[in-house]
Design a protein around this ligand. Sequence first.
Ligand SMILES: Nc1ncnc2c1ncn2[C@@H]1O[C@H](COP(=O)(O)OP(=O)(O)OP(=O)(O)O)[C@@H](O)[C@H]1O
Ligand SMILES: O=C(O)[C@H](O)COP(=O)(O)O
Length: 395
Amino acid sequence: MAKKTIKDIDVKGKKVFCRVDFNVPLSGTTVTDDTRIRAALPTINYLIENGAKVILASHLGRPTAEDRDSFKMDPVAKRLSELLGKPVAKTDEVVGSEVDAAVAKLNAGDVLLLENVRFEKGEKKNDPALAKAFAALADVYVNDAFGSAHRAHASTAGVADYLPAVAGFLLEKELKILGASLENPKHPFTAIIGGAKVTDKIGVIENLLDKVDTLIVGGGLSYTFIKAQGYEIGKSLLDKDKLDLAKKFLELAKEKGVNFLTPIDTVIADEFSETANKDVVDIDKMPEGWLGVDIGPKTVALYADAIKKSKLVVWNGPMGIFEMEPYAKGTEAVAKALADATDATTIIGGGDSAAAVEKFHLADKMTHISTGGGASLELMEGKVLPGVAALDDAE
Ligand SMILES: Nc1ncnc2c1ncn2[C@@H]1O[C@H](COP(=O)(O)OP(=O)(O)OP(=O)(O)O)[C@@H](O)[C@H]1O
Ligand SMILES: O=C(O)[C@H](O)COP(=O)(O)O
């Protein structure tokens, strides 16, 4: 990576504003998956051991003006303190006099976590006033938030304009591993895109058509592609506005000789619930009023066969509503197929796919599990991540 890292600077006695991605799942006030917090520990411990005054900043979820309480960073501060084995101070503000006072109190090796940066309107707008306010807190900026590096926000990009700006160990490691696999991908290269965010991921699919040999879609977003092929999809997730685009991509795939695989059968349920009536049908036989909740067994076999023939597999997004046990089989089968593909490089692109792989105890069978969902997809598309671009170039 042609960017400076924390190894290139002296942090002793310095106030370091370190952006991390602590956007972790919560159940009430408990962190249910601390992978992202643990992934940032090498950088945080390095800063502590080298005598920095550590100011950590992150977003958590997508808070609204009406709902902030469920997005406060307190549960994260508690878990971080347990993992570090030392106190972590936490402010209720993102910037302002309370934060200034807390920073003034820091001694070398102390750690402070700011409140959710998305509580400030300027964060997502990359408002220079907020970026300057962050910069005023510190002497150095460290970005270790790989999972948010595709966002050009005040704490991920803007602040870098006003301070020496370097990468943390996690950001460096993710770029190195993903970069090495994706810049000159091994072939056959298979990408598996699932999950629910049709709008976020449809653009990714277009860009991937130029890179992959096989493109597999599953999960909620696959029903838009199934509908685009002329089949009825009942109450399944559908992004109507994207139907024409989905049709175009299916055509484009043919032109480019990409093997574009969509489900050929599906598990259906009569309502969005774990206890609903369920059935398995071929894709041309979806009854009205039911919704697709998982890929079916024939689809599993088709996808597993494609995975088996691949040398590089990148997976982002579950194949069904895997949080509900009756609809987790397709996601588990795809995770197993990746685990069995021992000749292939297997990369899990963050978010729910990473949680799924953990849940099925297959994490150690994967080549790399990225802490970034959207960020790893954008990297895979060949995009420059704003959070990386903003950092100082290595000499
Ligand atoms: N058939 C389906 N219908 C509705 N929701 C689905 C279906 N299949 C999967 N999902 C849901 O999709 C969600 C995950 O989607 P999402 O696009 O956020 O994936 P992700 O892996 O977390 O990606 P990212 O890290 O980029 O956010 C899960 O909560 C899952 O229940
Ligand atoms: O979970 C993620 O992908 C990152 O933390 C970014 O979150 P966002 O999609 O809300 O910007």
